[in-house]
Design a protein around this ligand. Sequence first.
Ligand SMILES: Nc1ncnc2c1ncn2[C@@H]1O[C@H](COP(=O)(O)OP(=O)(O)OP(=O)(O)O)[C@@H](O)[C@H]1O
Ligand SMILES: [Mg+2]
Length: 309
Amino acid sequence: MAELSEPQSPSGVSPLGAAPATAAEETMSAITSGDGCGAANGLVQALLRSGNDVASGARPILEARQLYKAYRKGRHEISVLRGVELQVRQGEFVAVVGASGSGKSTLLHVLGTLDAPDRGEVWFEGRRLDTLSPREKDKVRNEAIAFIFQFYHLLPELTLLENIMMPALIRCSVPVWLWQRWSARKRAWQLLDRLGLASQANRRPAELSGGELQRAAIARALFAQPKLLLADEPTGNLDPANASQIAALLRDLNRNERMTIIMVTHNWELAQQADRVLRLADGQLHPVCREMPGGQWPATSAPDERPAS
Ligand SMILES: Nc1ncnc2c1ncn2[C@@H]1O[C@H](COP(=O)(O)OP(=O)(O)OP(=O)(O)O)[C@@H](O)[C@H]1O
Ligand SMILES: [Mg+2]
Protein backbone atom coordinates (compact mmCIF):
# COMPACT_ATOMS: atom_id res chain seq x y z
CA MET A 1 0.00 0.00 0.00
CA ALA A 2 1.44 3.33 -1.00
CA GLU A 3 2.43 5.94 1.54
CA LEU A 4 0.63 9.26 1.29
CA SER A 5 2.63 12.42 1.11
CA GLU A 6 2.40 15.10 3.80
CA PRO A 7 -0.57 17.45 3.40
CA GLN A 8 -0.08 20.41 1.14
CA SER A 9 -2.11 23.55 0.83
CA PRO A 10 -5.85 22.96 0.79
CA SER A 11 -8.05 23.30 -2.21
CA GLY A 12 -11.23 25.31 -2.80
CA VAL A 13 -15.03 26.12 -3.43
CA SER A 14 -17.59 28.34 -5.54
CA PRO A 15 -20.53 30.83 -6.31
CA LEU A 16 -24.20 31.39 -6.79
CA GLY A 17 -26.07 32.63 -9.73
CA ALA A 18 -28.59 35.15 -8.41
CA ALA A 19 -27.85 38.74 -7.50
CA PRO A 20 -27.32 39.04 -3.72
CA ALA A 21 -30.20 40.64 -1.87
CA THR A 22 -29.00 40.66 1.76
CA ALA A 23 -25.70 41.35 3.50
CA ALA A 24 -25.25 37.65 4.11
CA GLU A 25 -26.01 36.85 0.49
CA GLU A 26 -23.61 39.53 -0.61
CA THR A 27 -20.92 38.03 1.56
CA MET A 28 -21.59 34.53 0.34
CA SER A 29 -21.68 35.77 -3.23
CA ALA A 30 -18.30 37.41 -2.74
CA ILE A 31 -16.88 34.23 -1.30
CA THR A 32 -18.27 32.00 -3.95
CA SER A 33 -17.17 34.28 -6.75
CA GLY A 34 -13.73 34.60 -5.24
CA ASP A 35 -13.84 38.38 -4.88
CA GLY A 36 -13.92 38.35 -1.10
CA CYS A 37 -10.54 36.88 -0.39
CA GLY A 38 -7.34 38.50 -1.47
CA ALA A 39 -4.84 36.20 -3.08
CA ALA A 40 -2.16 37.06 -0.55
CA ASN A 41 -4.50 36.47 2.36
CA GLY A 42 -5.60 33.17 0.86
CA LEU A 43 -2.01 32.12 0.41
CA VAL A 44 -1.24 32.91 4.03
CA GLN A 45 -4.23 30.84 5.13
CA ALA A 46 -3.14 27.96 2.95
CA LEU A 47 0.41 28.12 4.21
CA LEU A 48 -0.79 28.26 7.81
CA ARG A 49 -2.99 25.26 7.26
CA SER A 50 -0.21 23.34 5.59
CA GLY A 51 2.20 24.25 8.39
CA ASN A 52 -0.25 23.12 11.06
CA ASP A 53 -0.77 19.82 9.32
CA VAL A 54 2.90 19.10 9.04
CA ALA A 55 3.50 20.14 12.64
CA SER A 56 0.78 17.83 13.94
CA GLY A 57 2.05 15.00 11.76
CA ALA A 58 -1.48 14.53 10.43
CA ARG A 59 -1.80 12.42 7.35
CA PRO A 60 -4.79 12.83 5.06
CA ILE A 61 -7.62 10.35 5.32
CA LEU A 62 -8.67 11.42 1.84
CA GLU A 63 -6.58 12.78 -0.97
CA ALA A 64 -7.39 13.80 -4.53
CA ARG A 65 -4.52 14.22 -6.93
CA GLN A 66 -4.95 16.05 -10.22
CA LEU A 67 -8.56 15.03 -10.78
CA TYR A 68 -10.00 15.65 -14.23
CA LYS A 69 -13.57 14.98 -15.28
CA ALA A 70 -15.49 16.03 -18.38
CA TYR A 71 -18.96 15.20 -19.65
CA ARG A 72 -19.57 14.72 -23.34
CA LYS A 73 -22.84 15.55 -25.06
CA GLY A 74 -22.61 14.82 -28.76
CA ARG A 75 -19.75 16.90 -30.05
CA HIS A 76 -19.72 19.12 -26.98
CA GLU A 77 -17.51 18.51 -24.02
CA ILE A 78 -18.03 20.12 -20.60
CA SER A 79 -14.80 20.11 -18.70
CA VAL A 80 -15.87 20.14 -15.04
CA LEU A 81 -12.89 19.12 -12.92
CA ARG A 82 -9.55 20.42 -14.16
CA GLY A 83 -6.78 19.29 -11.90
CA VAL A 84 -8.46 19.21 -8.49
CA GLU A 85 -6.05 18.79 -5.59
CA LEU A 86 -7.43 18.06 -2.13
CA GLN A 87 -6.17 16.70 1.14
CA VAL A 88 -8.52 16.14 4.06
CA ARG A 89 -7.28 15.14 7.49
CA GLN A 90 -8.94 12.60 9.76
CA GLY A 91 -11.60 14.41 11.78
CA GLU A 92 -11.62 17.50 9.56
CA PHE A 93 -14.80 19.26 8.49
CA VAL A 94 -14.45 20.82 5.05
CA ALA A 95 -17.11 22.91 3.32
CA VAL A 96 -17.09 23.24 -0.45
CA VAL A 97 -18.90 26.15 -2.06
CA GLY A 98 -19.18 27.24 -5.65
CA ALA A 99 -21.47 28.42 -8.42
CA SER A 100 -24.27 26.24 -9.61
CA GLY A 101 -22.79 24.01 -12.30
CA SER A 102 -19.21 24.46 -11.12
CA GLY A 103 -18.90 20.73 -10.44
CA LYS A 104 -19.40 20.35 -6.68
CA SER A 105 -21.65 17.30 -6.94
CA THR A 106 -19.39 15.82 -9.58
CA LEU A 107 -16.45 16.22 -7.23
CA LEU A 108 -18.25 14.55 -4.31
CA HIS A 109 -19.32 11.68 -6.54
CA VAL A 110 -15.76 11.16 -7.76
CA LEU A 111 -14.34 11.36 -4.23
CA GLY A 112 -16.89 8.83 -3.02
CA THR A 113 -16.40 6.43 -5.98
CA LEU A 114 -19.94 6.93 -7.28
CA ASP A 115 -18.31 8.25 -10.44
CA ALA A 116 -14.86 7.77 -11.97
CA PRO A 117 -12.45 10.55 -12.91
CA ASP A 118 -11.08 10.73 -16.45
CA ARG A 119 -7.65 11.27 -14.98
CA GLY A 120 -6.15 11.63 -11.55
CA GLU A 121 -6.23 9.65 -8.35
CA VAL A 122 -8.41 9.33 -5.26
CA TRP A 123 -6.81 7.93 -2.11
CA PHE A 124 -8.63 6.96 1.07
CA GLU A 125 -6.77 5.78 4.15
CA GLY A 126 -3.69 5.12 2.05
CA ARG A 127 -5.57 3.06 -0.50
CA ARG A 128 -6.18 4.11 -4.07
CA LEU A 129 -9.92 4.03 -4.78
CA ASP A 130 -10.39 5.07 -8.39
CA THR A 131 -8.77 1.91 -9.76
CA LEU A 132 -10.80 -0.52 -7.63
CA SER A 133 -13.30 -2.87 -9.25
CA PRO A 134 -16.98 -1.90 -9.00
CA ARG A 135 -17.48 -4.56 -6.35
CA GLU A 136 -14.58 -3.26 -4.27
CA LYS A 137 -15.91 0.29 -4.58
CA ASP A 138 -19.31 -0.88 -3.36
CA LYS A 139 -17.61 -2.45 -0.37
CA VAL A 140 -15.72 0.73 0.50
CA ARG A 141 -18.93 2.75 0.26
CA ASN A 142 -20.86 0.27 2.34
CA GLU A 143 -18.26 0.15 5.06
CA ALA A 144 -16.52 3.50 5.22
CA ILE A 145 -18.02 6.27 3.09
CA ALA A 146 -21.56 7.56 3.44
CA PHE A 147 -23.51 10.13 1.42
CA ILE A 148 -26.23 12.58 2.35
CA PHE A 149 -28.09 14.27 -0.49
CA GLN A 150 -30.31 17.31 -0.79
CA PHE A 151 -33.37 15.23 -1.63
CA TYR A 152 -32.84 12.52 1.00
CA HIS A 153 -33.19 9.52 -1.35
CA LEU A 154 -35.19 7.45 1.10
CA LEU A 155 -37.17 4.54 -0.29
CA PRO A 156 -40.85 5.59 -0.21
CA GLU A 157 -42.30 2.14 0.35
CA LEU A 158 -40.22 1.47 3.46
CA THR A 159 -40.70 2.87 6.96
CA LEU A 160 -37.99 5.07 8.47
CA LEU A 161 -36.75 2.16 10.55
CA GLU A 162 -36.49 -0.05 7.47
CA ASN A 163 -34.82 2.70 5.47
CA ILE A 164 -32.17 3.08 8.13
CA MET A 165 -31.47 -0.65 8.22
CA MET A 166 -31.13 -0.82 4.43
CA PRO A 167 -27.30 -0.61 4.40
CA ALA A 168 -27.10 -3.71 6.61
CA LEU A 169 -29.67 -5.50 4.51
CA ILE A 170 -27.72 -4.81 1.32
CA ARG A 171 -24.39 -5.75 2.85
CA CYS A 172 -25.36 -9.09 4.37
CA SER A 173 -26.20 -12.47 2.93
CA VAL A 174 -29.62 -13.83 3.99
CA PRO A 175 -28.23 -16.11 6.74
CA VAL A 176 -26.08 -13.29 8.13
CA TRP A 177 -29.01 -10.89 8.00
CA LEU A 178 -31.23 -13.33 9.87
CA TRP A 179 -28.49 -13.63 12.46
CA GLN A 180 -27.90 -9.89 12.74
CA ARG A 181 -31.33 -8.39 12.23
CA TRP A 182 -32.11 -7.83 15.92
CA SER A 183 -28.88 -6.00 16.58
CA ALA A 184 -29.41 -4.02 13.34
CA ARG A 185 -32.90 -3.13 14.48
CA LYS A 186 -31.63 -2.05 17.87
CA ARG A 187 -28.98 0.16 16.32
CA ALA A 188 -31.54 1.71 13.95
CA TRP A 189 -33.80 2.49 16.92
CA GLN A 190 -30.90 4.06 18.80
CA LEU A 191 -30.08 6.28 15.83
CA LEU A 192 -33.70 7.31 15.38
CA ASP A 193 -33.92 8.13 19.06
CA ARG A 194 -30.72 10.16 18.94
CA LEU A 195 -32.03 12.17 16.00
CA GLY A 196 -35.39 12.76 17.66
CA LEU A 197 -37.29 10.47 15.32
CA ALA A 198 -38.18 7.53 17.55
CA SER A 199 -41.88 8.38 17.43
CA GLN A 200 -41.76 8.39 13.63
CA ALA A 201 -39.97 5.05 13.23
CA ASN A 202 -42.86 3.25 11.62
CA ARG A 203 -43.95 6.05 9.34
CA ARG A 204 -43.16 6.20 5.64
CA PRO A 205 -41.22 9.09 4.08
CA ALA A 206 -44.33 10.66 2.53
CA GLU A 207 -45.70 11.28 6.04
CA LEU A 208 -42.69 13.28 7.23
CA SER A 209 -41.43 16.85 7.00
CA GLY A 210 -38.28 17.85 5.10
CA GLY A 211 -36.28 18.25 8.31
CA GLU A 212 -37.40 14.86 9.57
CA LEU A 213 -36.53 13.27 6.24
CA GLN A 214 -33.05 14.76 6.25
CA ARG A 215 -32.47 13.61 9.82
CA ALA A 216 -33.59 10.13 8.77
CA ALA A 217 -31.17 10.26 5.82
CA ILE A 218 -28.40 11.19 8.25
CA ALA A 219 -29.39 8.29 10.51
CA ARG A 220 -29.16 5.97 7.54
CA ALA A 221 -25.75 7.38 6.61
CA LEU A 222 -24.52 6.83 10.18
CA PHE A 223 -25.85 3.32 10.45
CA ALA A 224 -22.72 1.70 9.03
CA GLN A 225 -20.47 3.92 11.19
CA PRO A 226 -18.69 5.52 8.22
CA LYS A 227 -15.31 7.19 8.54
CA LEU A 228 -16.10 9.76 5.89
CA LEU A 229 -19.38 11.58 5.36
CA LEU A 230 -19.96 13.27 2.01
CA ALA A 231 -22.89 15.68 2.17
CA ASP A 232 -24.26 17.35 -0.95
CA GLU A 233 -26.29 20.40 0.04
CA PRO A 234 -27.81 18.69 3.08
CA THR A 235 -29.86 21.78 3.95
CA GLY A 236 -30.63 22.86 0.41
CA ASN A 237 -34.25 21.84 0.70
CA LEU A 238 -34.90 22.94 4.28
CA ASP A 239 -36.23 26.03 6.01
CA PRO A 240 -33.76 28.00 8.20
CA ALA A 241 -34.83 26.36 11.47
CA ASN A 242 -34.38 22.85 10.15
CA ALA A 243 -31.18 23.87 8.38
CA SER A 244 -29.78 25.09 11.71
CA GLN A 245 -30.66 21.82 13.34
CA ILE A 246 -28.89 19.84 10.63
CA ALA A 247 -25.89 22.17 10.85
CA ALA A 248 -25.65 21.59 14.61
CA LEU A 249 -25.98 17.87 14.10
CA LEU A 250 -23.14 17.72 11.59
CA ARG A 251 -20.92 19.86 13.79
CA ASP A 252 -21.67 17.59 16.72
CA LEU A 253 -20.78 14.49 14.73
CA ASN A 254 -17.55 16.10 13.67
CA ARG A 255 -16.55 17.42 17.10
CA ASN A 256 -17.69 14.62 19.32
CA GLU A 257 -17.17 11.61 17.09
CA ARG A 258 -14.32 12.98 14.98
CA MET A 259 -16.22 12.14 11.85
CA THR A 260 -14.53 13.47 8.74
CA ILE A 261 -17.03 15.49 6.72
CA ILE A 262 -16.88 17.05 3.29
CA MET A 263 -19.97 19.10 2.69
CA VAL A 264 -21.14 21.01 -0.35
CA THR A 265 -23.33 23.92 0.63
CA HIS A 266 -24.71 27.28 -0.38
CA ASN A 267 -25.79 27.87 3.20
CA TRP A 268 -23.81 30.53 5.02
CA GLU A 269 -24.46 29.26 8.52
CA LEU A 270 -23.57 25.74 7.57
CA ALA A 271 -20.34 26.76 5.85
CA GLN A 272 -19.34 28.53 9.06
CA GLN A 273 -19.50 25.25 10.94
CA ALA A 274 -16.60 23.88 8.93
CA ASP A 275 -12.92 23.99 9.84
CA ARG A 276 -12.06 25.07 6.33
CA VAL A 277 -13.97 26.43 3.35
CA LEU A 278 -12.94 25.73 -0.22
CA ARG A 279 -14.29 27.21 -3.40
CA LEU A 280 -14.65 25.20 -6.59
CA ALA A 281 -14.12 27.48 -9.55
CA ASP A 282 -12.71 26.90 -13.01
CA GLY A 283 -12.44 23.22 -12.24
CA GLN A 284 -10.13 23.65 -9.26
CA LEU A 285 -10.41 24.09 -5.50
CA HIS A 286 -9.25 27.32 -3.86
CA PRO A 287 -9.02 28.15 -0.15
CA VAL A 288 -11.47 30.76 1.12
CA CYS A 289 -10.28 32.99 3.93
CA ARG A 290 -12.45 33.68 6.95
CA GLU A 291 -12.18 37.43 6.79
CA MET A 292 -14.06 39.40 4.24
CA PRO A 293 -13.21 42.90 3.07
CA GLY A 294 -14.53 45.36 5.61
CA GLY A 295 -14.78 42.96 8.50
CA GLN A 296 -15.50 39.51 9.75
CA TRP A 297 -17.93 37.10 8.23
CA PRO A 298 -21.39 37.82 9.58
CA ALA A 299 -22.02 36.23 12.95
CA THR A 300 -25.73 36.00 12.38
CA SER A 301 -27.30 33.10 10.62
CA ALA A 302 -28.41 33.62 7.09
CA PRO A 303 -31.06 31.93 5.04
CA ASP A 304 -29.96 29.50 2.42
CA GLU A 305 -28.55 31.71 -0.30
CA ARG A 306 -29.30 29.30 -3.00
CA PRO A 307 -32.16 30.44 -5.16
CA ALA A 308 -35.01 27.96 -5.15
CA SER A 309 -34.76 25.77 -8.24
N1 LIG B 1 -24.31 13.10 -16.16
C1 LIG B 1 -24.04 14.26 -16.74
N2 LIG B 1 -23.99 14.37 -18.08
C2 LIG B 1 -23.69 15.54 -18.67
N3 LIG B 1 -23.39 16.68 -18.00
C3 LIG B 1 -23.41 16.63 -16.66
C4 LIG B 1 -23.72 15.42 -15.96
N4 LIG B 1 -23.66 15.68 -14.64
C5 LIG B 1 -23.33 16.97 -14.51
N5 LIG B 1 -23.18 17.54 -15.73
C6 LIG B 1 -22.78 18.93 -16.00
O1 LIG B 1 -21.56 19.15 -15.30
C7 LIG B 1 -21.55 20.45 -14.73
C8 LIG B 1 -21.32 20.31 -13.23
O2 LIG B 1 -22.45 19.70 -12.66
P1 LIG B 1 -22.59 19.49 -11.09
O3 LIG B 1 -23.90 18.85 -10.86
O4 LIG B 1 -21.40 18.78 -10.59
O5 LIG B 1 -22.57 21.00 -10.57
P2 LIG B 1 -22.88 21.57 -9.11
O6 LIG B 1 -21.76 22.50 -8.78
O7 LIG B 1 -23.15 20.46 -8.18
O8 LIG B 1 -24.18 22.42 -9.37
P3 LIG B 1 -25.40 22.73 -8.36
O9 LIG B 1 -24.89 23.73 -7.36
O10 LIG B 1 -26.46 23.31 -9.25
O11 LIG B 1 -25.83 21.44 -7.73
C9 LIG B 1 -22.87 21.09 -15.09
O12 LIG B 1 -22.64 21.91 -16.24
C10 LIG B 1 -23.77 19.92 -15.43
O13 LIG B 1 -24.73 20.28 -16.39
MG1 LIG C 1 -24.84 19.85 -7.09
